[in-house]
Structure formats: C-alpha cells, structure tokens
Design a protein around this ligand. Structure first.
Ligand code: UD1
Ligand code: UDP
Length: 374
C-alpha cells in the first residue's frame, strides 16, 4: 500500500491550539505522511509562535506568509498558495479545522483539485450569514468529504442541510481536551496576581476575564457601547483583558476611555490564558474557543454576542447570551454576576456525554481518518 500524504492546515491562533493534540498523532501514524502548512494569517509572536513553543509543536513544512489583508485578498492568497502546495507535495488528503479564512481558502483549493477535505468542527452554526465565519463554515462543510462534528447537535445540523450520514462522525472537541490537559501547568503563572497588583488588590481578589475580537464587535458603532457596558461590570469586579491586535487597533484609533478597573494586557500565551480563565469569577467573551475552554474549566461565560455556535453551553446553564450593547452588558451582566446566578452556572451538570469528554477527541479524529482513508 502506498503512503498517503495528508496536508494539515493551520493559520490562526485557535487552529494552532486546537490542532496541537492531533499533529503528533498524525506524524506518528504508519502509512501516512503529514505536511504541516501554515497560511500565515496570524504571524505576530503573541498570536502564533508562542503557541508552537508552549504546546511543544514541531515546525511547519510550508509557510505561505499571507499576512493580513481584506477577506478577498487574504482568502485568494491562501487559495493559490495551498493549490501550489498540494501540487508540489502530491497531497492526497487535506485537513482543516473551524471557520477562518485559512480554513475556507485551503478547503476550496483542495476541492477544486478533487483532493478530499476533512473538516474538523463541522456542523457548528450561528445562523447569522453576515458573520464572516458563518459563510466560511457553511461553504467548507459543503465541499468536504468527511465531516468531523464536535457534538450531536452539530451532526443533526449537517443532516438537516442534506449532508450524508455516512460522511459524519461525532468526535468531541480537542479544545476541551487540551484545556483540561494544560490547566494544571497554568496554575503557577503570575499573570493574575501581577495584574491585580496593578490595581492594589491581593492575588486572590475576585475578577472577570474578558476578550473581544469579532468583526461585528470591533466596529466604531459597536465597540464604544460594548466598552461602556464592560466598564459598568468592572464596578463590580475588575476585568483582566488580553486584547487582540484587531481590537487594540480600533481602541487606539477611537481613543476610547478605559477605566482603571479594566486592565488591558497584550495578547497572552495559552498557559497565561488558561490561568486568567480558570481563576476568574466569569468570562465575558465573543470568542468561540474560549467559551468551550471556560466550560472545560468550570468558569461561567457571559457571551458578548446575540447567538453562539455552542448552544449546548446555553442549554446546560454554563453560559448566557448578553449581547453587545451597553445596557445588555451593564445591567444584565451585573444581574448574572450576583452570587446565586453564578453558583447556578458553576454547578451546571456536565452537558456533553461522558464519552465525548474522555480526553480522546484527537484519537477519535485519527481513528475516523484511518477508517476512511487508510
Ligand atoms: C481571525 C478569524 C476569526 C478567528 C480569529 C482568531 C477570519 C475571517 N477570522 O480573526 O474567525 O476567531 O482569527 O483570533 O478568518 N493582526 C496582527 N497580528 C497577527 C494577526 C492579525 O496584528 O498575527 C491584526 C491585523 O491588524 C489584522 C487584524 O489583526 O488586520 C485582524 O486579523 P485577521 O486574521 O484578519 O482576523 P482576526 O480578527 O484575527
Ligand atoms: N487565547 C490565548 N491568548 C489570548 C486570547 C486567546 O491563548 O490572549 C486562546 C484561547 O485560550 C483559545 C484561542 O486562543 O484557545 C481562542 O482564540 P480566539 O478567541 O482568538 O478565536 P476564536 O476561538 O473565537 O476563533
């Protein structure tokens, strides 16, 4: 039997983190050769290299270095770069994760060359088509040959869209597995104590962690109100906020006032992020990956959006939708933070099946790929 060459594609912070458990498994699989391709969509040290170092990942085989640009220019550069790589390396299977422009550009390049695509995190939907990620997810699912869904509701969504049952496998979430595996290593970090110290507070003072980076939340129309809402929450508990470069740029451009109880940090590494997360009273976020990680670590989530792809967190009482307007965040957020509510969210029963939370998502992904393609 010949060797199957698999191209694993990553390009942004969450793809690096979520693919980290799988990459060594693919490298060690007999009969399979892995080409690790980085699109270069994320490139700053704090958005990229830091995660390779912390997660012990090997170097990439192909670096497209596409960098930042408009959606069209960036996706086109990824598409043409991946097309060339597929031809040069005689790729027989392409693996993508999630919903970024890297995911879409790579999947399209492969599909056009009739190279089968495996999509991890298939079937997640926000049902908001103006969200760039929603377009990416839908298109990638519909040009993929194998759909690896994180949970049953994602599987049902794929079936509802007419995708064939035989192509779908529920595998769980590598984000949840990685967060649980790495959380103990994050406990010695000093980031929480150092940040609270800047406010003259003791290391064990209660605080909130926050992140904001979605396109729809970082506009001049939305971000000022969102920040005012967070400022009201910060009257209750200080907020420690590692700021995404996109958000930093808009905050600087708009010169928005940030109260001292909101501590702005540069983007942090994975271990510092887990430390900020696991000790927080709650997480306020519009991130997808962080919602799942907070669930994994038992931290309640206040979602700064009107919808989420991770509806099981709402159903299980682990998260609430706050929206992105001042009133919604300020008043409803404060209400949700009162202790009784918080206890309710913290005590929420595990909502995924035990079978999906055994730390074995990466192994299940490998098993599904082997069963279908080797
Ligand atoms: C992208 C994904 C989003 C994902 C997020 C993870 C798309 C459409 N969006 O959004 O789904 O949740 O990554 O973080 O693919 N920048 C830097 N350094 C970097 C990367 C970006 O400074 O290493 C700045 C640039 O000013 C850039 C801006 O951030 O213009 C946005 O980067 P981009 O990759 O276009 O989108 P994200 O907001 O990161
Ligand atoms: N993350 C990190 N440092 C930060 C912010 C996020 O390590 O300053 C990690 C986080 O733990 C999660 C991933 O990055 O694993 C989520 O990325 P992001 O929120 O940028 O994207 P999304 O998940 O919304 O696509």
């Amino acid at each position: 039997m010949g060797m199957l060459t698999v191209c694993t594609v990553l390009g942004t912070r969450p793809e690096i983190i979520k693919l980290a458990p799988l990459i060594p498994l693919l490298d060690g699989q007999p009969g399979l050769k892995q080409i690790l391709l980085h699109t270069g969509q994320h490139y700053s040290l704090a958005m990229d290299a830091v995660f390779f170092a912390e997660l012990g990942l090997r170097g990439v085989d192909v670096q497209l270095a596409v960098g930042s640009a408009s959606h069209g220019v960036q996706t086109a550069a990824i598409l043409t770069g991946v097309e060339t790589a597929i031809q040069q390396h005689d790729i027989g299977l392409l693996l993508v994760l999630g919903d970024t422009n890297s995911t879409l550009g790579a999947a399209l390049a492969a599909a056009k060359l009739a190279v089968p695509v495996v999509h991890i995190e298939a079937g997640c939907r926000s049902f908001v088509r103006t969200m760039p990620e929603e377009i990416n997810r839908v298109l990638v699912d519909h040009c993929s040959a194998q759909l690896l869904a994180p949970n049953e509701s994602a599987r049902r969504q794929l079936l509802a869209e007419g995708l064939p049952d035989r192509d779908i496998t529920v595998v769980g979430s590598t984000a949840i597995d990685a967060a649980r595996a790495f959380a103990p290593r994050s406990q010695g970090r000093s980031i929480v104590a150092d940040s609270l110290c800047r406010l003259g507070l003791p290391a064990d003072a209660p605080y909130l962690t926050c992140t904001v980076h979605r396109a729809e939340n970082t506009t001049p129309e939305v971000l000022p109100g969102l920040l005012r809402g967070l400022s009201r929450l910060a009257e209750q508990y200080p907020i420690l906020w590692p700021v995404h470069p996109r958000t930093r740029r808009i905050l600087d451009e708009l010169t928005l006032p940030v109260p001292p109880q909101i501590v702005l940090l540069p983007p942090v590494g994975y271990l510092d992020m887990l430390a900020l997360l696991s000790n927080a009273r709650a997480l306020c976020t519009d991130s997808g990956g962080l919602q799942e990680e907070a669930y994994a670590l038992g931290t309640p989530v206040l979602i700064l959006r009107n919808e989420t792809e991770w509806t099981y967190l709402l159903d299980g009482g682990c998260a609430v939708l706050l929206g992105n307007r001042e009133e919604d965040i300020g008043s409803r957020g404060q209400q949700n933070l009162v202790d009784s509510e918080q206890q309710k969210m913290r005590q929420a029963a595990r909502v995924l099946s035990a079978q999906l939370e055994d730390g074995g998502a990466a192994e299940r992904i490998l098993a599904a790929i082997k069963a279908r393609w080797l």
